[in-house]
Design a protein around this ligand. Sequence first.
Ligand SMILES: Nc1nc2c(ncn2[C@@H]2O[C@H](COP(=O)(O)OP(=O)(O)OP(=O)(O)O)[C@@H](O)[C@H]2O)c(=O)[nH]1
Length: 201
Amino acid sequence: MLLLASASPARRRLLEQAGVPHRVQVSGVDEEGIQEQDPLRLVQRLALAKAQAVADTLSSEAAWPSLGVLGCDSLLVVEQEVWGKPRDAAEAIARWRCMAGGWGDLHTGHALVRWPAPGGSGAPQLAVVTTRVHFAALSPMEIEAYVASGEPLACAGGFALEGRGGLVVERLEGCFSNVIGLSLPLLRRWLDPGVLAQAAG
Ligand SMILES: Nc1nc2c(ncn2[C@@H]2O[C@H](COP(=O)(O)OP(=O)(O)OP(=O)(O)O)[C@@H](O)[C@H]2O)c(=O)[nH]1
């Protein structure tokens, strides 16, 4: 069992669809409380803070999920601008005016914290995965229509790749699930090989 320390329905869906046994416990971490100039360090620190906050609530080895506690955090970087979820429709429109026809790097930090077994390193597994996203050259009317759908407001970067956002993303360079919020190939490399067999049901 993996414990996902995230409120993200998209991350949960990725694990469900991949057949990874999991449950969810939201970390409640105040992301504003962690300041960091470098976006790669920021997503890594936030992912670890989320995983550690949930791990700290587990009182004994018996309470620990066998596969550990996973925290994630995603940000989009476009021309040195670092963006999380848009605050409102106006901000989403302003961002899309920058993004349309161009590209950005979607960085997702991952942290997997395991029970500190005696003799084990106890160190969390940490990684940031980056996917380059190429955006369609949208007209102002298309931007307004996409933002009016409400979809951009729930997503770092202001688009949902597997939703209407599939209409406005031309191509990716790198891992698709990483864009949605959790890199499944990375998780496979981190987890025991048997998990894939288990996921196969
Ligand atoms: N459905 C979907 N969600 C996306 C996409 N890109 C980013 N997101 C979501 O944007 C959100 C990024 O904000 P985060 O701070 O990383 O996560 P959160 O939603 O606040 O949830 P926590 O992990 O509890 O902090 C996550 O929920 C991601 O799943 C996408 O292409 N599709």
